[in-house]
Design a binder for this molecule. Structure first.
Ligand code: NAD
Length: 339
C-alpha cells in the first residue's frame, strides 16, 4: 500500500518536497495546499498535481484567475496519512491543531521550534527514533549539514568539541525583500548562534559552539569547522570517513571548484533540476589534521539539502521501511543523489 501525502505550503521547500514525493514508488502525492494562485500553482496544475486553497476564504482567489482549486486544505487533510508542512517559519506551528483534528501525521521544517514536534530528525543520525511518530521536525539546512559531517566524525573518531563559523546566504534566489545587499551581518553579534544548540536536538552529546554571519549571496551557506577529536586522525582517514557516509560529496579545488558559484555551476552541468544539490559538499583540500584537531570547510545548498530528509521521515513515521539504510538508498536512487 502506498502512503498518501499532502504538502502544505508550496514555496522553496514545498515544491521540491512535492516533486520528490512524486518520484517515490511507495508514496502518492494527493495534493498541495497554497495561499496564492501564482505561477507555482499554475505549474503544479500543469504537472497534474491537485492544488487546494489553504483556507476557504482563499478559494475565490483561485477562481478569479480561472484556476479551479480542488477544495481547501481541510478537504485535502481528509484524504491523506501524512502532511509535510512547508509553510514559512513559525507558521507551521499554527497548523498543528488542524493536523491533530484530522488525525494526520505531520512533518514540520527547521523554521519551527523543536517543541512543535518534540523530535528533531536527520536520517543518518536518528531515523530509527522517528519510527511510528506522529510529529517530526526536519532540522534546518544548516543543522542538516552540520549533523551529516559531525555524525560521521563522531562515529569514527569520537568528538570532544566543535567550534564552527557559519557564513549564511542572505536570501534564496527568488526572495526580493531579504538582504543584506552590501554588508556582512553578525547574526547574532553575541556568541553562540542558535545553530549549535539546534545540532544538539539531534546529536545531544556533541559539544558545539557556532558563530554565524549573513552575507550578500543567494547560492549556498559555507561552514568552517574546527573539531577536536577523541583520537588522532589523518587527513586521509577523515576523507575516507566522510566519503563512506551517505549524502556527503567530497569535491576538489583542483577541478576548478573553489567557490559556491562554481559548485552551483557544477550542479547545473550535471543536470540537476533547479541546480539542486542535496548532498553536503566538503572541500577535500580544506581538510587539515593537527593530530586530534581537524579543520574542514563545507557548503550547504539551502534550498535542497532537507528534501531527502523529508522523504525518509515519511517512511520512518508511517513505518513503510524500518531500516534507515534501505530508506536512504531508495530516496537517493530516486532523486539521483550520489555519494
Ligand atoms: P517559502 O516562503 O519559500 O514558502 C512558504 C510557502 O508557504 C509559500 O508558498 C507561501 O505562500 C506559503 N504560505 C505562507 N503563509 C501560509 C499559510 N498561512 N498557510 C499555508 N501556506 C502559507 O518558505 P521556504 O523557504 O520554503 O521555508 C519553509 C520552511 O522550510 C520554513 O520552516 C523554513 O525555515 C524551512 N527551510 C527553509 C530553507 C530555505 O533555505 N529556504 C531551508 C531549510 C528549511
Amino acid at each position: 500500500m502506498k502512503v498518501r501525502v499532502a504538502v502544505n505550503g508550496y514555496g522553496t521547500i514545498g515544491k521540491r518536497v512535492a516533486d520528490a514525493v512524486l518520484k517515490q514508488k511507495d508514496m502518492v502525492l494527493v495534493g498541495v495546499a497554497k495561499t496564492k494562485p501564482n505561477f507555482e500553482a499554475r505549474l503544479a496544475l500543469k504537472k497534474g498535481i491537485k492544488v487546494y486553497a489553504s483556507s476557504s476564504d482563499r478559494i475565490k482567489l483561485f477562481d478569479e484567475v480561472g484556476m479551479k482549486g480542488t477544495g481547501t486544505l481541510e478537504d485535502l487533510l481528509k484524504e491523506v496519512d501524512i502532511v509535510i508542512d512547508c509553510t514559512p517559519s513559525n507558521v507551521g506551528a499554527t497548523y498543528k491543531p488542524l493536523y491533530e483534528k484530522y488525525k494526520v501525521k505531520a512533518i514540520f521544517q527547521g523554521g519551527e521550534n523543536h517543541d512543535v514536534a518534540g523530535f528533531s530528525f536527520n536520517a543518518v543520525c536518528n531515523y530509527r527514533e522517528a519510527i511510528g511518530r506522529y510529529f517530526v521536525r526536519v532540522v534546518s539546512c544548516n543543522t542538516t549539514g552540520l549533523c551529516r559531517s559531525l555524525y560521521a566524525l563522531d562515529r569514527e573518531f569520537g568528538i570532544k568539541k566543535v567550534r564552527a563559523v557559519l557564513i549564511r546566504r542572505g536570501a534564496d534566489p527568488a526572495e526580493t525583500t531579504k538582504g543584506p545587499i552590501n554588508s556582512i551581518v553578525l547574526d547574532p553579534v553575541s556568541i553562540p548562534s542558535h545553530h549549535g544548540h539546534d545540532v544538539q536536538k539531534v546529536l545531544p552529546n556533541i559539544d558545539i559552539t557556532t558563530i554565524a554571519f549573513v552575507v550578500p549571496t543567494t547560492l549556498m551557506h559555507v561552514h568552517i569547522l574546527n573539531v577536536e577529536l577523541q583520537r588522532e586522525a589523518t587527513e586521509h582517514e577523515v576523507v575516507d570517513t566522510l566519503s563512506a557516509y551517505p549524502r556527503i560529496k567530497l569535491i576538489s579545488a583542483t577541478e576548478g571548484l573553489s567557490s559556491t558559484s562554481e559548485v552551483i555551476e557544477y550542479a547545473r552541468d550535471i543536470g540537476r533540476i533547479r541546480y539542486d544539490l542535496s548532498e553536503l559538499v566538503v572541500w577535500w583540500e580544506s581538510i587539515k589534521s593537527f593530530g586530534r584537531e581537524i579543520y574542514l570547510t563545507q557548503a550547504v545548498h539551502q534550498e535542497s539539502i532537507v528534501v531527502p530528509e523529508n522523504v525518509d521521515a515519511i517512511r520512518a513515521m508511517t513505518r513503510l521501511i524500518e531500516d534507515p539504510e534501505e530508506s536512504m538508498r531508495l530516496t537517493n536512487e530516486s532523486l539521483g543523489i550520489g555519494r
